[in-house]
Design a protein around this ligand. Structure first.
Ligand code: DHB
Ligand code: FE
Length: 437
């Protein structure tokens, strides 16, 4: 599946997509800085000096100094951001729009008064459309990204603390870390280029001001968060903006309404699984695309929705035309309740049936309603819905391949939680239908 960007053929029009957004990131953030009176005053006092404080290209700076909005937009500016700059200079949307058309302000206003620009002559020209269709049938690239495996693991913060404070040999913690010895070895032998890491932020990067259901990290890097006890002494995470932008495009086109975030910190939900799988490192050995799922405030997404998202994620990854090896991780769970008189609830039987069914019949398991998680696995056991994103991304789900269970571990307790862990390898058949369109 190549991504459809036919919108680029519409004449006199620039669609603000991931590519434009990457080009214009600092330009647009510069515009946002003009939302305070003090910054507007400083900008108007010396435009050049203020612009020089921002990592803009010379072309972007000159475009602003020349009031050349077409160039600013070509180089990643977006009109809603630029309207802050325009307002600073006393320009209305109509003045800004008109300035891009080659007409005088009076001519433009007059055109609008007479019904606006006509659609006739402003559609994609037939020969442009034909040339575009012809180029779209060029041979598809032969190499694509693939999903080599899925990892499922709890992400208890106390595990990170125990690791950071060198308590791994204490009997309480040794029993936990022993369950991940195989996993570290497996990662050394099967190191991916990218981990697509599904986790939930725990009131760290997102608080009650913004509650997105699904967040895809499209940024270049993510520092480890300070969750109230200082940031963990682990490296920051390097993202993969290009693959993430491709996934964003593909998933949103499949009607998954994602929130895209370029800058955020990442908490124990993401860093503890990295420690468990990679151990002590100066730099994480691969890129990580963070994917946050709201499981803090109800309504939270269903297991079935996450399972469908995982399937769409595989189509997205397999249509990326670079030979990138991707693992998908699902984190959180298993049974735990961190609140109220029922705190400490653990349900071994339910957890182990969940692990069995996750391997053997994830489609049926994904139908389990929220109530069952809360009642059987404790209020925070709801984190398990995130595992379905990783599970849905494997090839057996649509019978285009098989999976292999490499490792399974279950242990009670780590802090308040039952630790569950699975490693599944993905073996798509060579003729996998996904990624071939
Ligand atoms: C614990 C487990 C979690 O998954 C979490 O996010 C916070 C705390 C715990 O068991 O202490
Ligand atoms: Fe958690």
């Amino acid at each position: 599946m190549s991504l459809d960007k036919t919108y680029r053929q519409v004449p006199g029009t620039t669609i603000f997509d991931a590519e434009q957004s990457a080009k214009g990131y600092h330009l647009n953030q510069f515009c946002m800085s003009l939302m305070t009176a003090t910054n507007r005053e400083r900008y108007l006092a010396d435009e050049r000096a203020y612009l020089d404080e921002w990592p803009l290209t010379e072309v972007q700076k000159q475009a602003l100094l020349d009031r050349d909005l077409n160039t600013a937009i070509e180089h990643g500016g977006n009109i809603y951001f630029l309207s802050k700059w325009g307002a600073t200079l006393g320009l209305s949307f109509q003045q800004m729009a008109g300035s891009m058309t080659g007409m005088s302000e009076a001519e433009y206003r007059d055109m609008m008064l007479h019904g606006g620009r006509a659609i006739e002559g402003n559609r994609i020209a037939d020969q442009v459309r034909e040339a575009h269709h012809a180029s779209a049938v060029l041979p598809a690239p032969t190499e694509h990204a693939h999903i080599s495996g899925a990892v499922f693991t709890s992400h208890v913060p106390a595990i990170g603390v125990a690791w950071d404070q060198h308590k791994t040999e204490e009997p309480y913690w040794k029993q936990v870390f022993d369950g991940y010895e195989y996993s570290k070895q497996w990662e050394r032998e099967n190191l991916p280029d990218v981990v697509f890491l599904v986790y939930n932020d725990h009131a760290t990067a997102f608080d009650q001001r913004v509650i997105p259901t699904f967040v895809l990290g499209t940024g270049a890097s993510y520092p480890a968060a300070d969750e109230g006890y200082g940031p963990r002494p682990v490296p920051g995470v390097e993202g993969d903006p290009e693959l993430a932008a491709h996934i964003a495009h593909s998933l949103i086109r499949e009607d998954f309404d994602l929130t895209l975030v370029n800058e955020m910190t990442v908490d124990h939900g993401l860093t503890v699984p990295l420690t468990l799988m990679f151990g002590d490192v100066e730099k994480w050995p691969c890129k990580v695309i963070p994917f946050h799922v709201n499981v803090v405030q109800y309504p939270v997404p269903s297991g079935a929705r996450c399972f469908a998202l995982g399937q769409a994620l595989r189509r997205a990854i397999e249509s990326y035309d670079r030979p990138v090896n991707v693992q998908v991780w699902g984190t959180g769970g298993m049974s735990h309740q961190l609140q109220g008189p029922r705190a400490g609830l653990i349900n071994r039987e339910w957890d182990n049936r969940f692990l069995d069914a996750l391997v053997d019949d994830p489609a049926t398991l994904s139908q389990v309603p929220h109530l069952e998680y809360v009642e059987e696995a404790g209020s925070e056991g709801i984190e398990l819905v995130m595992w379905f994103i990783a599970r849905g991304a494997l090839a057996d789900v649509d019978d285009s391949g098989t999976i292999e269970v490499k490792h399974r571990f279950y242990h009670v307790p780590a802090s308040n939680t039952a630790v569950g862990h699975l490693i599944l390898e993905n073996h798509p058949r060579a003729t996998s239908p996904a990624g071939k369109e």
